[in-house]
Design a protein around this ligand. Sequence first.
Ligand code: CP3
Length: 351
Amino acid sequence: MQDLFLRACRREAVERMPVWYMRQAGRYQPEYRRIRERHTLLDICRNPALCAEVTRLPVEQLGVDAAILFSDIMVPVGAMGASFEIREGVGPVVAQPIRTAADVAQLRPLDPDRDVPYVLEAVERLASTLEVPLIGFAGAPFTLASYLVEGRPSRDYLQVKRLMWADPEAWRALMEVLSDMVVTYLTAQVRAGCSAVQVFDSWVGALSVIDYDQYVFPYMQYIFSRLRPLNVPLIYFGVTTGELLPRMAETGATVIGLDWRVRIRDARARTGDRTALQGNLDPALLVAPWSQVEAHARRIIEEGSEAPGFIFNLGHGVIPEADPETLKRLTAFVHDYSEHYLASRRRGVQQ
Ligand code: CP3
């Protein structure tokens, strides 16, 4: 198996920069849209053959260096007893939002073999056939709580913050049951064949550093300390996390995912030399002129190469408006330009 991605995660030297994209499978692909005409998103997640097909497609089309399991962060919480649907153009909508300690107590722990066997079967099929590493994933407790408590995508996170401040015991119980789920679920994914895992804390940037430290950090530290013995890269990603980066780097994650707002050089100063970095091209550039895509990608490659341990990605998921040809061209550009750039840096160092 090609291990460029894993080597970069471990901050080992690479001859070219690995690249993959969050949401590399999705509506921007005509093939995905065709499958979605006959199957819902959750149908795909629950059908190992379809899930494997959708996961594999962007790897073959784009030439990326890693696959990410096709699923959704809500899949395991559905199996824990929170009934939800995914509404097109909206996102997850939960039937009965969690607002009290009694609501939290209704959530059962996850038993992956019993509750999500289709996920593990998809991982097994993919791991034995893919030529690149397979990344498993889970939502982080805060981001999952934001859907479970708000009941739907939110702008201001008023309900989730209200619960956090108003009922610290209920909050703690919710974070604990979700943290244990993340540990159990990701451990099962790694045992089934995933070579790395990413924890999506997409909305945690809504918190101040003070609140992050008190209400989120201990659970993230618990999660990564429990995952550490699996000996696979542990990627931790969120959006608008510029101010949180120093703390995120102390959770025990081994790779930090960056959104596009932060400069790589500044992110590295904030995370120190504890972690590898991943990111961070603005996904909106996928509808910009190629000259702009190239200029932005070049700067990311150059700053990313200033220290070992960089994985090229977007700063958030691929947008449905993206042209598949642009992503293909971007992948080739990252490979070609980084190969030349890294070789010239090595020559520069030797002289
Ligand atoms: O990256 C990949 O290729 C794997 C696929 C993946 C999906 N969801 C499939 C999906 C991943 C990694 C996720 C995680 C996820 N789900 C996150 C964290 C990552 C992020 O984007 O911040 C979040 C916040 C969710 C919740 C969710 N699910 C949202 C906000 C939406 C979008 C709703 C919409 O219609 O715009 C979904 C639906 C969803 N999950 C889609 C895909 C490809 C949209 C396409 C569809 O409905 O078929």
